[in-house]
Design a protein around this ligand. Structure first.
Ligand SMILES: [Zn+2]
Length: 273
C-alpha cells in the first residue's frame, strides 16, 4: 500500500505581459530593453507566453515586436493606444483593431488571435465591444476583471473561461476572494506587493475550471527607473507603481516553476463551446 497522499495537480499558469510604456514626451522608451530581459528570463524558464502589445508601440518599435514573435511567443493586441474601452466608440475601436492587427501580422508573419482591453475595461457599459472585437477576427479576449475595482471591473462576470454570445472566448483575470472582497493576485502590482504566501493562497483557492495566467508590464521589471510622480495616479499610486520591482523577476520564476502554461491562444481549444 502506498503511503503517499493524493497527487496534487498544479494547474498551469500562463505568463502574459501588457507591453506599454509611460515615458514622458521627449524621454526614451524603457520598455524595449526590459522586454529583451524578460525574453531572456522566459528562455531560462522554458516558458512561452502571450505578449499583448499596444499597437502604436509595436509600430514605433518593430525590432522589439518582431523579436517577441521570433522567440516563440504569441503576440496579442492591447489596443492601438492605451485607452479604456468606455472612452471609445464602435467605429473608433474597429479602426484601432484593424490597424493594430495589420501592424502585428506584418511584423510577425503570424495571425493575431488575442485582444486584451487596456485596464481590463470590458465592463457592462462597454459590452458593445464584444461584437467589434469578434468582427475584427479575434478568437479570444482577456479583458474582464471579475471583481469590483476602483478602475474597471465586473463582479457579475464568471471566473472561468467562457464564450460570449458571438463565440468570442473570454479568459477572465484570476481573482481570489478574501471574505466578501475579490482581488487579483497574479498581476503586476499585486504580484510585486503581496506576500508570496497570499499569492500561493490564491493559487490554492482557484477552482478547477479556472484558467490561470499572470499579467505584468515592462515597468514591473524595471527597478532602475528613477521614481517619477505620475499626477494621474496621485502620490500613493505613483509609489505603488514603483516599489517591489527588483524582486519581480525572481517572483515570476518561483511561481511559474514546474507549472508553465502555454500561450493563451493554445488554451482556447480547452474552453467548452
Ligand atoms: Zn495596459
Amino acid at each position: 500500500m502506498s503511503t503517499a497522499g493524493p497527487t496534487r495537480v498544479r494547474a498551469p499558469i500562463t505568463f502574459t505581459i501588457d507591453v506599454e510604456d509611460y515615458a514622458p514626451p521627449g524621454q526614451a522608451v524603457r520598455a524595449e530593453s526590459i522586454v529583451h530581459s524578460v525574453l531572456d528570463a522566459l528562455d531560462g524558464l522554458g516558458a512561452r507566453g502571450t505578449f499583448f502589445i499596444v499597437g502604436e508601440l509595436a509600430q514605433s518599435h518593430p525590432a522589439m515586436t518582431k523579436a517577441i514573435a521570433d522567440r516563440g511567443h504569441e503576440l496579442g493586441l492591447h489596443g492601438w493606444r492605451h485607452v479604456p474601452l468606455p472612452e471609445l466608440d464602435p467605429p473608433t475601436l474597429k479602426a484601432d483593431l484593424d490597424r493594430g492587427i495589420k501592424v502585428l501580422e506584418d511584423l510577425s508573419g503570424a495571425s493575431v488571435s488575442g485582444f486584451r482591453a487596456p485596464m481590463f475595461s470590458l465592463v457592462p457599459e462597454s459590452r458593445w465591444a464584444v461584437e467589434v472585437v469578434g468582427d475584427a477576427g479575434f478568437i479570444y479576449s482577456s479583458s474582464v476583471l471579475p471583481a469590483r475595482s476602483p478602475l474597471w471591473g465586473d463582479p457579475t462576470a464568471a471566473r472561468h473561461p467562457f464564450r460570449w454570445p458571438n463565440g468570442l472566448i473570454e479568459f477572465p483575470c484570476p481573482v481570489v476572494s478574501f471574505g466578501a472582497v475579490a482581488n487579483p493576485y497574479l498581476g503586476g502590482t499585486y504580484l510585486r506587493l503581496l506576500p508570496l504566501s497570499l499569492v500561493r493562497y490564491g493559487l490554492a483557492q482557484a477552482a478547477g475550471d479556472e484558467a490561470l495566467w499572470m499579467y505584468c508590464h515592462p515597468y514591473d521589471f524595471d527597478p532602475l527607473e528613477p521614481f517619477r510622480s505620475r499626477p494621474e495616479l496621485g502620490k500613493m499610486g505613483s509609489r505603488v507603481m514603483w516599489v517591489g520591482r527588483s524582486r519581480m523577476q525572481r517572483r515570476v520564476a518561483r511561481i511559474l516553476r514546474g507549472r508553465v502554461g502555454a500561450p493563451l491562444r493554445e488554451r482556447c481549444e480547452a474552453v467548452p463551446s
